[in-house]
Design a protein around this ligand. Sequence first.
Ligand code: ATP
Ligand code: MG
Length: 227
Amino acid sequence: MAKTLAVATDLWRSFQRERGVVAAVQGCSFRIIAGETIAIIGPSGCGKTTLLNLIAGLDVPSSGRMEWPGLGSSDTLRPGRIGVVFQSANLMPVLSAVENVELPILLGNGIEAEARALAALAVFGVETLASKLPEQLSGGQAERIAVARAIVTNPELIVADEPTGQLDQAGAAILVDRLLTWGQQTGSAIIIATHDERVAAKMSRIWRMRHGKFENMVERAACTGTG
Ligand SMILES: Nc1ncnc2c1ncn2[C@@H]1O[C@H](COP(=O)(O)OP(=O)(O)OP(=O)(O)O)[C@@H](O)[C@H]1O
Ligand SMILES: [Mg+2]
């Protein structure tokens, strides 16, 4: 049986604001299995980023549980073996493209950082941009580099928040196809938040969100009984 990477049980996340409490994620429960591909789609403000941050262990739920049985011990600060693509790329402005991609390696074992970073850039066809600073990149180029940074340590789960928001239709399709091919080769699971139905259609499961809840869970071939 495929390994369970992450399990959410009745996950809630609320934010206190001046005019009251906003419940951004409201009672979501799900399981993420090794190698599967998931799209989270829904209108702006429905809770996609909030949910991805919980899945990545970058935020803690207000109630409910987020666990990572397949990704390392829950007593560490956050689970290992997760690669994150932030909404709007979030590259470090003083580092070149290749240095940005080397960063996760340097924070880990540090071995062959530059060669591995260049190989990850090549997966997305942006190795020629290696020496550019983020300010010299287009939005779409920065997104490709942010995705390269997320895969460079070979994580078992990629959590990508609107990774194609700055790309045109063709560019978005190419980036997602390359990411999915990489995932098939490595066996990694990929979860993407997107507004783009064409991007979502490439994934094996689609979770539609509205007002912090899942509207439905469309299961496709080979992914059943895991919602
Ligand atoms: N740190 C925060 N403090 C207060 N409210 C927040 C915070 N983060 C998110 N929210 C609120 O929670 C709700 C969900 O926000 P979230 O960013 O998760 O939506 P989203 O689906 O990612 O939207 P978008 O498609 O625009 O990126 C919104 O009402 C937002 O204003
Ligand atoms: Mg968002």
